[in-house]
Write a protein that binds this ligand. Structure first.
Ligand code: GRF
Length: 209
């Protein structure tokens, strides 16, 4: 069994896409064994509960420091024997200690074609506002491994999405989710779970499996 721990802060539509893909049998051997939310009111927690998945709230305000919070998160994920940490809309910055604890075993989804519109300050609607302000005709989503550079880790999968005349940031955000995020996130997990990818020299390459 390949055990996934999902970190969430919000609506959890990406978590839902992963759970649905697993339910449809599209990620053989994988199971989401725990969900950690940074907020008690995240709807993602309801989605976890509906699926009977262990769900805990670990919030910055309940810990003396970011290091203490990360230590608690690491402890919980280790206790649950998690093989892969999935950032599914997680809004708390991870510390180097956390990233090192799960080196090359953390993936994130970002709603643009990295290296465009990414890095510090590019989150949520801001990403799509920046894309519209630049006037790009194509945007998309990227799944990448997490390293210590914000949105800078090895790229696993990307999918392009057309920008359309008259798009607002909200409309574009929805299209990027539907056409790209909800598809490539489960697919990225399938690739890792099946041993089809590895990180070599800071880049993701397909193995022969
Ligand atoms: C998504 O846009 C994702 O790209 C970003 O955070 C958002 C999470 O949405 N990392 P949801 O909670 O999965 O609905």
């Amino acid at each position: 069994m390949f055990k996934i721990g999902a970190l969430v802060s919000g609506g959890g539509t990406n978590l839902q896409a992963i759970l649905d893909a697993i339910d449809r049998g599209e990620i053989p051997g994988a199971q989401v064994v725990t969900v950690i939310s940074s907020r008690a009111d995240a709807y993602a927690l309801e989605r976890a509960k509906k699926h009977g998945i262990d769900a805990v709230v670990l919030s910055k305000k309940d810990f003396a420091s970011a290091d203490d919070l990360m230590e608690a998160m690491i402890g919980h994920l280790r206790k649950m024997e998690v093989d892969l940490v999935v950032l599914a809309g997680f809004m708390t910055v991870l510390t180097p200690a956390f990233i090192q604890a799960f080196a090359n075993r953390i993936i994130n989804i970002h709603p643009s074609l990295i290296p465009s519109f990414c890095g510090d300050g590019f989150y949520g609607l801001k990403v799509h506002e920046a894309a519209l302000a630049k006037g790009v005709k194509v945007t998309g989503a990227t799944v990448h491994f997490v390293n210590e550079e914000t949105d800078g880790g090895p790229i696993l999968l990307q999918k392009a999405v057309q920008v359309q005349e008259g798009d607002t940031a909200e409309v574009l955000q929805k299209r990027v989710m539907e056409e790209a995020e909800w598809k490539i996130f489960p697919e990225a997990i399938r690739l890792i779970c099946s041993g089809a990818v590895e990180v070599v020299d800071g880049r993701v390459r397909r193995t022969t499996r």
